[in-house]
Design a protein around this ligand. Structure first.
Ligand SMILES: [Mg+2]
Length: 318
């Protein structure tokens, strides 16, 4: 079990928002020893800082000119990159109605002015720990527990996203479906523990070859992995996939049950599409899947594209 507390060197970052500089100074004195602090007297600037710096927590005044704290909180909570930042209201006179409204727009807590430094520190510490744990769980929900690469859920989300991005930009989207050859026989011969170790090694080898931030390797299920390369031509994808195949082979994991080699190998089916609005990425998945089937049929330990790939891989007339 992973430790669910941040290590001591982790330095959290807070944003303090209040139209009165004296109030900011008091909070700054209470918190600046333990945290990195951003400050502003202005609600719109607070939103900019949130989007740019992604602080771990916001201490927010309610009564401010221009846009008030309630509106600032509402916008933080509706922003895709800021919605998970906890907001604590710091306020002079709270009515139950105002408190209800604050909670409704997504605040996690209220702190009364004038502030008591020990109380502020304790509340902030609690909410930072909760935020840190929630972030960890969000990350863990996207990672395959055995191999440490992205899991299928993460891949499905990334594929949908890249499909839309590529349909806007006119880029191609390349997919490689990767399957460990004779993996059932490997498990039967060496046991499931060795099978798990084998999958971890294969995943590390595959991940080690990806260079660009949008490239993704995921465990698709069982002994099947998938690699997504936005912007790749079929030739480029073939080269990358040949590198993946070769990296697994060169790990030299003995496999006495394989009919195609003495060591663990993978078969890879590749496909490229030019995504278009309104189409589903399923077409690309199915094409890569057919290529994988063809690679298996023609002897395994190889990279193959099905001959019909290209019908959907024509560059659209722009
Ligand atoms: Mg104020």
């Amino acid at each position: 079990m992973r430790d669910l507390t941040p290590d001591a060197s982790h330095r959290f970052r807070l944003l303090i928002v209040d139209d009165q500089p004296i109030n900011i100074r008091v909070l700054h004195e209470a918190l600046s020893v333990d945290y990195e602090i951003f400050m502003t007297t202005n609600g719109l600037q607070a939103l900019e800082i949130c989007a740019r710096e992604r602080p771990d927590l916001v201490l927010l005044d309610i009564e401010m000119p221009d846009i008030d704290g309630i509106e600032v909180c509402r916008r933080i909570k509706s922003g895709e990159v800021t919605k998970n930042i906890p907001v604590l209201f710091v306020t002079g006179h709270t009515s139950p109605e105002q408190e209800a409204l604050g909670l409704e727009v997504g605040a996690v807590d209220f702190i009364a002015k004038p502030i008591h430094p020990a109380v502020v520190r304790a509340r902030v510490r609690t909410h930072l720990l909760l935020k840190w744990q929630a972030d960890l769980l969000r990350r863990m929900a996207l990672i395959d527990g055995l191999t440490g690469v992205a899991n299928r859920r993460c891949f499905d989300d990334a594929l949908d996203l890249e499909w839309r991005v590529c349909s806007r930009s006119g880029e191609s989207l390349g997919l490689a479906m990767i399957d460990v050859d004779y993996f059932k026989r490997f498990n039967d011969q060496y046991g499931h523990q060795a099978g798990d170790t084998c999958l971890k090694t294969v995943a590390q080898k595959l991940r080690g070859l990806l260079r660009r931030p949008r490239d993704l390797i995921a465990r698709y299920g069982g002994e099947e992995f998938v690699c997504m390369i936005p912007g790749a031509s079929l030739d480029a994808l073939r080269d990358i996939s040949e590198g993946l195949r070769s990296a697994v082979e060169s790990a030299m994991i003995p496999h006495g049950g394989s009919d195609c080699s003495d060591v663990v190998t993978v078969s890879i089916g590749i496909a490229v599409a030019y995504p278009r609005f309104g189409e589903s990425p399923d077409v690309l998945m199915q094409s890569a899947d057919r290529s994988l089937y063809a690679a298996k049929q023609s002897g395994r330990n190889r990279v193959l594209a099905e001959p019909s790939n290209g019908t959907n891989a024509q560059k659209p007339r722009l």
